[in-house]
Design a protein around this ligand. Sequence first.
Ligand code: SF4
Ligand code: SF4
Length: 548
Amino acid sequence: MQSKHKLFNFHGGLHLPGHKEISTGQAIGDVFIPSRLVLPLQQHIGESSEATVKEGDPVLKGQIIAKANGYVSVPLHAPTSGTVSQIIEQPVPHPSGLSATCIVIKPDGKDEWIDLDSSADYRQMDPSALRNRIRDAGIVGLGGAGFPSFIKLNPGAKTAIDELIINAAECEPYITCDDMLMRERAEDVINGIRIMKHALQARRCLIGIEDNKPEAHAALKDACSKLGIDDIEIISIPTLYPAGGEKQLIKVLTGKESPSHGLPLDVGVVCQNVATAAAIYQAVTYNKPLISRIVTLTGEGIKQPGNHEVLIGTPVDEWITYCGGYHDSIKRLVMGGPMMGFNLGTDKIPIIKTSNCVLAFGEGEADAQEQQAMPCIRCGACMDVCPAQLLPQQLYWQAYARDFDKIQDYNLFDCIECGCCSYVCPSQIPLVQYYRFAKTEIWALERDKKKSDRARLRHEFRLERLEKEKKEREERMRKKKAALKTGKDEKTKDSKKDAIEAALERVREKQKKSQTQTKNIDNLSAEQQKKIDDIDARRNQEQKDSTS
Ligand code: SF4
Ligand code: SF4
């Protein structure tokens, strides 16, 4: 459906030579199985997966070899059958050039699948069951960011999604994997989009595709007609780099601005890539995990450029050899495109879930990178092209001065590393490298701070525990002493009581004894008795007289 959709502009941007034709001359190449597959545990944003296999374990194609480790994490699956030969540190595709833990699989050549559950109809599944299936299939954003897709499809019960935006722009020069996917597998893409729309209960769905991809546009349109779909708008947008940036595409299609430090969700939008949509369709409908992706191999340094379906973990050197190898003129190898990609120091690294392109620059193509940087002349050209409306020269100064507090005041983290500023800089300053350096340093400082905060908390908890134990000990001692004292008092009381009792007994004994002793008035004679009686009678008479 040809759209009469109102479009908006984003600030800055560049018209760049596309070089897309280099890799679109032939159909997507088949998967080949390399001699070994190297699977980094960290292939997505978030916590890296945790290995569930050990060296020597046999594995089947599609089997989980590492489980998700936390909410922002997904599992990792074996791309073919074979044996886990090693779990070791290996160089991985990252601008830092560092190594990371990888599971290495030696394929057995049988390419034998695990038992896949029977296929499912997404219309019979509720959104949470869909998200679980997408998470279990290890799907992450295949446009380059690598954020776990199921999280993006979980906006929360209270957030209504106005637009599901599908990024089909593929704006960076040389890269054509999405273009070829749409041309050849448009129905997978459309079916995946319907699943996401259902999961999000999105009000409407817009596909943004640059106007330099007429074949892909037509293929999507045909797929919609064939599948009888009329609730997805396919919108042609001007070819202007970086129209495929998430925030830029949302702006172009809806006029909405995602807030600084915010997410598209904050303006009721979720944005997903076409390759992610196709992977979601395979996962939900056939329960197939993400074990391969389409990757562009291009540049003047490559003998047979094109697009191939590549198993995740395939070493770049083996793949390039399989595709015919390098031209002698090769000057530089890049993972990604010429604007946002990063130089590779070696081709002995694997393709991972977020690898969309390997670019081998030939003679002449790489010259700009090799120019000597000169001082900033404050021309402001970088500011004019910045799609994030930042002040690139200020960011540069702060990064240069290592003022990592101030650089954040200039919204460093809104920089999408599109490279427009570096591209136009007449002083050839590699601006994006400065921004990446600053971001890495800030993350490292934050990590260190978190670590030291954790250590300080641990220390404080320990002191608190020791103090508590000391108090408890003291309380126990106090109680013990009190108990001892009470016992002693009781004893003293008892002994006093005993002494009194003994004295009383002695008195009683004495009395008893005295009662039994002979008195001097006993055994009187009659005469003695008479005298006594007389005395008593006289005493009585005297008493009476005295009282009368
Ligand atoms: S384009 Fe380069 S020289 Fe001009 S202001 Fe920006 S950093 Fe400085
Ligand atoms: S790399 Fe960052 S600062 Fe430079 S133009 Fe792009 S968004 Fe702006």
